[in-house]
Design a protein around this ligand. Sequence first.
Ligand code: ZN
Length: 123
Amino acid sequence: MGKAHYNPSALMSAYNYARHWAKRTGLTDTSRVDRAFGYLQTGEAMGKWREYNTTVRDCNCPDRRVRGNRCKHSLSKMIHIKHQQLMAEFLEITPEEFNEIQGLDIDNSFGADPRKEEAHASN
Ligand SMILES: [Zn+2]
């Protein structure tokens, strides 16, 4: 299992994507996105995603399970996946192929499209 290497410019775009998503949907505070962005860069996130079975929408950690928050694990995974997608797009390969290049074994799909949550939230 490798460590993710982030392209600084793609990572900023992915971070901005997550911030805009938070503002649009109102599902979480942008300050949580900011903290998740810092958390992602500590390199600890990936191990926790496995431990908590984290997806972009859900997580088995106490913050999500008990307190119902959109946790730093889910938010950092959103930023990570968006980064992988942007890089794959740039390289004209699939996100899975980009994972392979990085030696990562992470599901690069958002699961349900996070933009769909916006529709739910505004209904
Ligand atoms: Zn969590």
